[in-house]
Design a protein around this ligand. Structure first.
Ligand SMILES: C[S@@+](CC[C@H](N)C(=O)[O-])C[C@H]1O[C@@H](n2cnc3c(N)ncnc32)[C@H](O)[C@@H]1O
Length: 254
């Protein structure tokens, strides 16, 4: 039988938010390939370990690999920096698969379909033809869903579309006239720029950080009124948990 690689969406931090399909998949592989970058973030790694502890029967094995370094020196060429980084990761993961026979799992944070490179990297490994396997993708509960559930909101008005983008591209989505914008991958709090342009009053925000963990914090309200609180909570959680991952919905007032 051909060996199998499984990309397992493990949810966004809480062990109860792992699907039955993911639990079966976690128990079906011989080892997990985990990058040292993922392991380096203390609290994040604890959340991942807890998911394994609660859902895997018996022991599990992590094959640790070095994470490729991403070139952040030229912010104008983001696309190329990410492509180079994917290529470097491809070679590292390919070697781990060649060196370690058996079925391999990847613990993918949230859902593999949102801002995650695992599927692209696995496709690249297959295209290189140096190692053979079948692979499958197990969906996970995304931070997008946890945000909506915690705030008890629908991400859009009745029949409206919603846009999911990154902090880096928020301004573009606002200029394009989108009304319901979910923002992920926030190196900084990009919505602050709307406030600086005097547009804070035009937007309501539902913000959440470290969702599903003991450090989870939620803030909602008019952007102009709650930005200071969000900035303060962001720094506080970073200090306390050692990591901050936040996501928010911006809704334009009409
Ligand atoms: C590399 S992306 C991965 C997204 C993931 N695949 C998902 O479905 O949520 C990481 C971004 O997801 C969001 N995120 C992931 N987990 C989160 C959490 N527990 N709390 C808040 N935001 C989270 C943040 O915007 C973070 O910058």
């Amino acid at each position: 039988m051909t060996r199998r690689v499984r990309l397992i969406g493990i949810g966004s931090g809480h062990p109860d938010q792992v699907t039955v399909e993911a639990v079966r998949a976690l128990n079906s592989v011989d080892y997990f390939i985990v990058s040292d970058k993922a392991l380096g973030v203390g609290g994040l790694n604890e959340a991942r370990e807890e998911i394994c502890r609660q859902h895997i029967d018996g022991d599990w094995r992590f094959v640790k690999v070095d994470d490729a370094k991403r070139d952040r020196t030229d912010p104008s060429d983001y696309g190329k920096a990410v492509t180079d980084w994917h290529e470097a990761r491809t070679i590292i993961y390919e070697k781990a698969l060649i060196d370690n026979p058996g079925d391999a799992g990847f613990l993918v944070w949230g859902d593999p379909a949102f801002y995650d490179s695992s599927i692209r990297i696995i496709e690249r490994i297959l295209a290189r033809g140096n190692v053979e396997f079948d692979y499958d993708v197990i969906p996970g509960i995304s931070s997008l869903q946890v945000l909506a559930a915690r705030h008890k909101i629908v991400l859009h008005g009745i029949g409206e579309p919603f846009t999911v983008t990154t902090g880096r591209r928020l301004a573009e989505a606002v200029e394009a006239g989108h009304d319901n914008i979910v923002v992920m991958l926030n190196g900084t709090f990009a919505a602050q720029s709307l406030l600086e342009k005097g547009q804070g009053g035009d937007w309501d925000i539902w913000w959440g950080t470290n969702l599903g963990t003991k450090d989870e914090i939620l803030v909602s309200g008019n952007l102009a009124e709650v930005t200071e609180k969000i900035l303060a909570e962001r720094s506080e959680v970073k200090e306390k948990a050692g990591w901050v991952m936040d996501i928010y919905l911006l809704k334009r007032r009409r």
